[in-house]
Design a binder for this molecule. Sequence first.
Ligand code: NAP
Length: 245
Amino acid sequence: MVDIVSVLPDLAGDLDDIAIGDHYSSNAGSPWLRVNFVSSVDGAATVDGKSSGLGGEADHRVFDILRTLCDVVLVAAGTVRTEGYGAMVLDAAAVAARVAGGLKPQPSFAIVSGSLNLDPSSDVFAKAPVRPLVITTESAPRNPALAAVADIVTCGSTAVDPVALVRALVERKLTRIHCEGGPSLFGALLAADVVDELCLTVSPLLVGGDSGRIVKGDVPDVRAMSLAGILRSEDTLLLRYVRAH
Ligand SMILES: NC(=O)c1ccc[n+]([C@@H]2O[C@H](COP(=O)([O-])OP(=O)(O)OC[C@H]3O[C@@H](n4cnc5c(N)ncnc54)[C@H](OP(=O)(O)O)[C@@H]3O)[C@@H](O)[C@H]2O)c1
């Protein structure tokens, strides 16, 4: 397993999974919306259309640990389709870490979609340990097959309103919200100013080309963020920024 060390705070030695979890547990208010992305050094959010070409072992390890710290994993439909998401099932070690931290054994899975173009027979729904939520709009087409396998939650008329989305999750006692993307959803969350934290893995790659960034879409104001933590694993940096007050 690749070593991960803490640069900020400056700690000696490599970190085990518990120490990495502690690193990401400080400063959290309630509710708390964290987003997690990986980017190349030159700002690309994908290689050949997917993020999987960017993340190395350290990124994958932290990606998994972040899922052990939340009530709900929030992902937009574009990322679910492109990255080929399966069921949100954490392994036994992750379940043990969650239970030790006072969380339910498995996180809820909430998918944001305006079109409801999601396959109800896919593993995302068919093998889900917790009935997933699909967050959508009043103008979405009716999809009884999807409604049979997921709770359909309406948050907005023609686009999902992030403020209503957070409210709907909090009403379900899902206050530790962990968003895994993608860029369009992150743009909408930023525009509504509901993002409390960005975890960003900077991967030691120069990608070039016309890959998108981690955010798509306009945001009304430039947002200042405070650096809350830095982990390092060989040439990879794992940065943690929180809302600046
Ligand atoms: N580098 C990284 O860490 C990272 C992480 C995640 C994803 N990605 C990459 O990002 C790319 C996908 O980009 P994307 O911008 O299409 O991603 P996305 O944000 O995952 O998905 C966009 C889709 O999500 C739904 N959606 C998002 N916001 C919505 C809103 N406010 N209201 C209603 N629906 C909303 C819509 O789904 P419907 O079409 O169903 O209406 C929309 O078409 C992929 O290449 C993926 O690999 C990279």
